[in-house]
Design a protein around this ligand. Structure first.
Ligand code: GNR
Ligand code: NI
Length: 180
């Protein structure tokens, strides 16, 4: 029998200050083949970037699901569908970045331990305690599903600086003769 072919697609990631990043995602109702393909393409996009998490909102899909993988070997993929944080404990400050705010990093304070309930990609209900970077990442991704970005925790002056920096780098890119 002939093998199936798999076509992976790198999806376009929306960038700050795109207003589409502010859309509040709605719950996933059906976990079908179409969703599985989107999830595979999101992993391809996240690993290529590279990043440790990606929310559906960032690829212009306004449904409540996210992926994450904080392992160095890229072999611990998480899929969280309709995630809900049921418990938060402790605080930690992490230097965060975001694929939707390329090239900018700043400190954000979040819970350092969370309990999160969610459906996995097979649709099985899960409840898990997460700590450290995974906990930070999942909180960052759930914020995306609410239309919130890590730069929203910073001052308006810093956000303005980020807007200017991204605007400038896009202008340089579009003016460059190397970009044929
Ligand atoms: O790749 C990412 N790294 C990261 C580092 C610290 C805190 C959060 C993150 S998530 C980010 C990928 C991303 O933008 N996910 O939405
Ligand atoms: Ni992000």
């Amino acid at each position: 029998m002939q093998g199936r072919i798999f076509i992976m697609t790198i999806l376009k990631i929306l960038e700050f200050p795109d207003p589409k990043l502010r859309i509040k995602a709605v719950p996933v109702e059906i976990i079908d083949d179409a969703l599985q393909i989107i999830i595979d393409n999101m992993f391809e996009t996240m690993y290529a970037a590279p990043g440790i998490g990606l929310a559906a909102t960032q690829v212009d899909i306004h449904r409540r699901f996210l992926i994450a993988d904080i392992s160095a070997e890229k072999n611990e993929p998480y899929v969280l569908i309709n995630p809900k944080i049921t418990k938060k404990n402790g605080l930690e400050v992490t230097e965060e970045g975001c694929l939707s705010v390329p090239g900018y990093f700043d400190s954000v304070e979040r819970a350092d331990s969370i309990c999160v309930s969610y459906l996995d990609r097979q649709g099985n209900q899960q409840e898990e305690e997460m700590t450290g970077l995974l906990a930070v990442c999942v909180q960052h991704e759930i914020d995306h599903l609410e239309g919130k970005l890590f730069v929203d925790y910073l001052s308006e002056a810093k956000r303005q600086k980020v807007r200017k920096k991204l605007h400038k780098s896009r202008k340089l890119q579009s003016d460059s003769s190397i970009m044929l």
